[in-house]
Design a protein around this ligand. Sequence first.
Ligand SMILES: [Zn+2]
Length: 253
Amino acid sequence: MPQFAWISRPDGPTGFGLAFTNRLGGVSRPPFDSLNLGNSSHDDPAAVELNLERLRRRLGLDHLVGVAQHHGRTVWSPDPVGPLAAVTAAGAKADALVSGRPGVGLLIRVADCLPVLLVDRRRRLVAAAHAGRVGLLGGVLEATVADLRRRGADQVEAWIGPHVCAACYEVPAEMAEAAWRRLPACRASSASGTPAIDLAGGAVAILAGLGCRVQRQDPCTVERDDLFSYRRDGAASGRLGAVVWLAGAGQSA
Ligand SMILES: [Zn+2]
């Protein structure tokens, strides 16, 4: 049964849910053991599909919808209501999803990049964004919040999930300086004192600047054995999932 680094289930029929998976409780074999949700790895696609289906059931969702992430800033929505498969592993090419449709889990997949889940409780809107270094600096969070606002959101709350921490995210000096110029709040030093990037620091600054309340549930993927990390394991790394959904409709949980 899929396990979680952190989960908050809906507190009622009009509530919302948030979940960040860990690598436990799936069917993938080593080195992707075991809850690999990534479609970009060399894992057996049938195992990944079964992991996604198990996650959908565990969360009590009618649908679990992912996108083909490419470090951009495109926002995609499964609304308005149309036919959706129970599990859509890779739909549109996008790095964020927005929905107001109950029972549909929006899935972002990461292994060090920073996942952000967003909710407007009153307007009943949810969103998920994939913010690695490139996406964060490229404006994926701004694009996601702007899309929510176009749909009427005015009180957006955000949750940051597991990703590589600043101490573990050493990068070449030139890359760090370019990032710091663009987004001063991501300036950091690694554990060994070399230039590094603080993805969460940068994301918090962007989201707070957009008027969002931000919470962090973000252990370091590199340091924790129960999380997937591309930086640590390279091509042998699976992908973690971040899912947000609105309760209601045909939802069974
Ligand atoms: Zn770390």
